[in-house]
Design a protein around this ligand. Structure first.
Ligand SMILES: Nc1ncnc2c1ncn2[C@@H]1O[C@H](COP(=O)(O)OP(=O)(O)O)[C@@H](O)[C@H]1O
Ligand SMILES: [Mg+2]
Length: 251
């Protein structure tokens, strides 16, 4: 099992670590010698000229590795709102799922891995028809791209419900969930965090493929953190069983 060429990165909510996870996967993949592109189809909450999530990915990955990344953003709306509302209020056009699919296809042509970061969680709307990141992934698959979803989840209490809801919404649409990454693993994990190491893959119906330490973004050596925190399927050397035996709660 190795990451398919197009991975749509979604989350159990907003601010769960999608961008940090996208950066970590990009870093690990570039270190493994892959040609990597990062696509943010709909960027909200950022004014023209300000750094968006793809710039944050580049900052985290850091020079010189970031120089080997291709970064792309399709539409941008200044207000920090769901993309449909942000688009309406800005008077700018909605993002069409076909545009995301076409951009992913173009990038997949000359890259080994294309990471597509959604806004918020899976069912956040991008237009007045209620189309979501799931529709963008479906459009990519309609073009013949082997697109799958990567779910970034929180570590603690509440994550099993939002993980199951996301997994069920993906299954209902016939979209494959490649795996789950914990966006911010606490320095002092509590009982729920530790139990969730076993329960998250069950709730997701997909493997746990990593856990980024909560200070990953501030770590001096992000490249090393990325390798150590992601499973081989995401080009790192994190071992789920070993991590669980270190942290998992008894019983
Ligand atoms: N593992 C982590 N290490 C350090 N900071 C993190 C981590 N996960 C999330 N953060 C911080 O939390 C905030 C939200 O993370 P981000 O990746 O931007 O979430 P999302 O893309 O899901 O909205 C950011 O300020 C980010 O720096
Ligand atoms: Mg983000």
């Amino acid at each position: 099992m190795i990451a398919p060429p197009v991975l749509f990165v979604t989350g159990t909510g907003t601010e769960v670590g999608k961008t940090v996870t996208t950066a970590a996967v990009a870093s690990a993949a570039v270190q493994a010698g892959l040609r990597v592109a990062v696509l943010k189809p709909g960027q909200t909450g950022v004014a023209p000229g300000e750094p968006g999530d793809v710039d944050e990915v580049a900052r985290l990955v850091g020079a010189p590795l970031a120089g080997r990344l291709t970064l792309r953003e399709l539409v941008r709306y200044p207000e920090p709102l769901a993309p449909d509302t942000a688009a309406r209020r800005s008077g700018r056009p909605y993002l069409d799922p076909a545009d995301t699919a076409a951009a992913a296809a173009e990038l997949a042509h000359d890259h080994d891995l294309v990471l597509v970061e959604g806004a918020g969680g899976l069912l956040v709307r991008y237009d007045d028809e209620g189309r979501t990141l799931a529709d963008q992934a479906l459009a990519a698959r309609d073009l013949g791209l082997p697109a799958q979803l990567l779910l970034v989840a929180t570590a603690g209490l509440g994550t099993l419900n939002t993980t199951s809801l996301t997994a069920e919404a993906l299954a209902a649409r016939g979209l494959p969930l490649f795996g789950v990454v914990i966006g911010a693993w606490p320095g002092s994990p509590g009982l729920a965090d530790r139990c969730n190491l076993a329960d998250l893959p069950r709730s997701a119906g997909a493997p746990l493929l990593g856990a980024l330490p909560e200070r990953a973004a501030a770590a001096g050596d992000f490249a090393a953190v990325a390798r150590a925190s992601l499973a081989p399927a995401l080009h790192g050397r994190w071992d789920a069983a070993e991590f669980a035996s270190t942290h998992q709660a008894a019983g």
